[in-house]
Write a protein that binds this ligand. Structure first.
Ligand SMILES: Cc1cc2nc3c(=O)[nH]c(=O)nc-3n(C[C@H](O)[C@H](O)[C@H](O)COP(=O)(O)OP(=O)(O)OC[C@H]3O[C@@H](n4cnc5c(N)ncnc54)[C@H](O)[C@@H]3O)c2cc1C
Length: 380
């Protein structure tokens, strides 16, 4: 059978894209290398995503509105989100649910490691390792196969540039780490990460603790070990996981007959490493463009235009923030100090929860600007 669309990769971006295209009546196959995949991920998602995609409450293990930022010198800023929360999901369950939604919408879900994606006539032929599934013919392709996308390589998309390597360990709750059960902690500390941050995310029955770095000179395992020591945990983790986080959109992620979505396109925001929201939004926007392409011969490039129109300012703002404040401990100290400001917290949480940048009143902007300058000069 020749499908209208083959989606390669069954994480959040691929599952959402497949569901949308199927719902519009186009035959869709989703090929995932491992249907039991446990994607290394903190699983923190904003309220806006939960509402938009109707994520069932049993998948959201924690709803956390209390966050804590910790500076290199150990200064601690407690922050509360009055209008929402960060949801904590476990990717093995979350991804499986999203794929089941795609299946309900009519997508064929198959398991196979995609080995080659090649142009053939007006479409593509996709083959899998050991021909686990017979070669798949499709008119169009959606590459949703993550940071090391095989689809992108085979179809010669521009490279996925800036990649943080991140590592995470899972610890079962013990009395000594009970105190982290209902709070998100973020550590801005050069000993934990020289250019990113360390996180402590509570789940229903474990803590997920991790760190990341862009810098090849740093040994990630050593950074993680130091982080665990600094927190004061002596128990052993029950799971270690690591993966790349592509925090820069590819120069282009659309072609005439194929698009990339999610991590495959490099759609993770700098500074906070948030990728699930952008994976699902890009899956949805990409699928909408694909449907218009079939129905009205609209170019697939509309997807990239729309995504950039909506989110380029957020990517830009966070890239500036990371490049200014994550460079050394003095700057990180200033950054945490600024987080103490109520208006900074409100603006940060409002834009995190719904990805809407609402400009603050002029007086507030001036106050925040002055505080930035003050803390940058003072170094705290
Ligand atoms: C340690 C860590 C912590 C993170 N924490 C967070 C967080 O708390 N919140 C957040 O928003 N983001 C977080 N991220 C980023 C987030 O995990 C990703 O941005 C998100 O998973 C992207 O979704 P995706 O569907 O595009 O790609 P993925 O989730 O990577 O899915 C790609 C899928 O493609 C499959 N695949 C790959 N190659 C092939 C192939 N050749 N053939 C068939 N299938 C293939 C894979 O098995 C996988 O299922 C974190 C990332 C890391 C590494």
């Amino acid at each position: 059978m020749r499908y209208d669309v083959a989606v390669i990769g069954g994480g959040p971006s691929g599952a959402v894209a497949a569901a949308e295209v199927s719902r519009a009546g186009f035959s869709t196959i989703l090929i995932e290398r491992n249907l039991d995949n446990v994607k290394p991920c903190g699983g923190a998602i904003p309220l806006g995503l939960i509402e938009e995609f109707g994520i069932p409450s049993e998948l959201v293990e924690k709803k956390l509105s209390h966050m804590r930022a910790r500076s290199p010198k150990g200064r601690v800023i407690d922050m509360r989100m009055p209008n929402g929360y960060v949801g904590m999901v476990r990717r093995e369950k979350f991804d499986a649910w999203l794929r089941s939604e795609a299946q309900k919408a009519g997508s064929v879900i198959t398991e196979g490691l995609v080995k080659n994606v090649t142009h053939s006539g007006d479409g593509f032929v996709i083959t899998t390792l050991n021909d686990k599934i017979p070669p798949v013919q499709a008119r169009r392709v959606i590459g949703a196969d993550g940071a090391n996308s095989k689809t992108a390589d085979d179809l010669e998309f521009p490279p996925n540039d800036l990649k943080v390597i991140a590592m995470q360990q899972r610890f079962r709750y013990t009395p000594e780490i009970e105190k982290f059960r209902d709070i998100v902690e973020i550590w801005f500390d050069g000993e934990v990460s020289p250019d990113f941050y360390g996180w402590i995310f509570p789940k229903a029955d474990h803590l997920a603790i991790g760190t990341g770095t862009e810098d090849n000179h740093h040994n990630l395992k050593k950074l993680q070990k130091r982080f665990i020591e600094k927190i004061g945990i002596i128990e052993k983790p029950y799971l270690d996981e690591a993966a790349k986080i592509p925090m820069k959109p590819r120069k282009s992620f659309t072609q005439e007959k194929a698009i990339l979505v999610g991590d495959a396109a490099g759609l993770v925001t700098p500074a906070n490493g948030e990728g699930i929201f952008f994976a699902m939004r890009s899956g949805k926007i990409g699928a909408t463009a694909m449907i218009e392409h079939f129905n009205k011969k609209a170019p697939l490039a509309n997807y990239e235009k729309e995504f950039r129109k909506l989110y380029a300012p957020i990517f830009f703002g966070l890239e500036v923030l990371q490049s200014v404040y994550y460079r050394n401990d003095r700057l990180r100290e200033s950054f945490v100090a600024i987080c103490a400001d109520d208006d900074v917290q409100r603006i940060t949480f409002d834009s995190y929860l719904y990805k809407k940048m609402v400009p603050a009143p002029w007086k507030t902007q001036m106050k925040i600007f002055s505080k930035n300058i003050y803390h940058l000069i003072k170094g705290s």
